[in-house]
Design a binder for this molecule. Structure first.
Ligand SMILES: [Zn+2]
Length: 57
């Protein structure tokens, strides 16, 4: 499947058997995303910058 890049609107290819924590990259701008969730086939991505913000929790 492909998910729309929040940065440039391009395609981020995501394997159907992707697992949480895996890293995928936008084919257009190269931005790296980490798989945040794969609940019910509904894949959620977060950017590397958002990962860093998890410190305070
Ligand atoms: Zn992009």
């Amino acid at each position: 499947m492909n998910i729309e890049c929040s940065m440039c609107g391009g395609k981020v290819p995501v394997p159907e058997d992707v697992i949480k924590g895996e890293v995928v990259s936008c084919t257009d701008c190269g931005l790296d995303y980490e798989i945040q969730n794969t609940d019910n086939g509904n894949v959620t991505l977060k950017t590397a910058e958002e990962v860093k913000e998890d410190w305070g929790e």
